[in-house]
Design a protein around this ligand. Structure first.
Ligand code: CUA
Length: 166
């Protein structure tokens, strides 16, 4: 025999639903927090960063560099054999590096994304393959602030909903 649910049963059901909702919210918050944790540990952008890049036939070492958006980047390009060069596509900056010398490139990584750099002096048959990239990571503190604001808003809504239901 089926009886219509009493008021207290309905209330219990609502509390159960609220509990499931809060648990789901907590899970999402924890996983996003874990995902962001390395970003929290990373230094914010706007720092002075310096890298030594060795150029030799036919590669740059390192061929990939990571910086944060807003960093002021100095590349010290050293040629380990013959004359090479480094051309930074996005900024139109170029430097020519004679054997065993050092050329310097400076720029501010003002936009996120990948910046290609390549050898700008014809140095042999595999010269076109002398390439590298600078990965400019987006400004994390800004996105963290956005996510935190979203969570505070979401939490407020959940609380208001809970007060209404109580
Ligand atoms: Cu090295 Cu062209």
């Amino acid at each position: 025999m089926i009886r219509p649910p009493t008021a207290s049963a309905a209330q219990r059901k609502r509390r159960q639903r609220l509990g499931v909702g809060l648990a789901a919210f907590g899970l999402v918050a924890v996983s996003v927090g874990l995902w962001l944790a390395p970003g929290l540990a990373a230094p914010p952008g706007g720092q002075e960063r310096e890298f030594v890049i060795e150029a030799r036939q036919f590669a740059f070492s390192p061929a990939r560099i990571y910086v944060n958006q807003g960093d002021h980047v100095t590349l010290r390009v050293r040629s380990m054999d013959i004359t090479h060069g480094l051309y930074l596509d996005a900024y139109g900056i170029s430097v020519k590096v004679p054997p065993m010398e050092e050329g310097v490139v400076r720029f501010t990584a003002d936009r996120p994304g990948k910046l290609r750099y390549r050898c700008s002096v014809i140095c042999g048959p595999l010269h076109p393959f002398m390439v590298g990239e600078i990965v400019v990571q987006p400004n994390r503190p800004f996105s963290i602030a956005g996510v935190l604001a979203a969570f505070v808003g979401f939490g407020g809504l959940a609380y208001a909903w809970w007060r209404k239901g109580a």
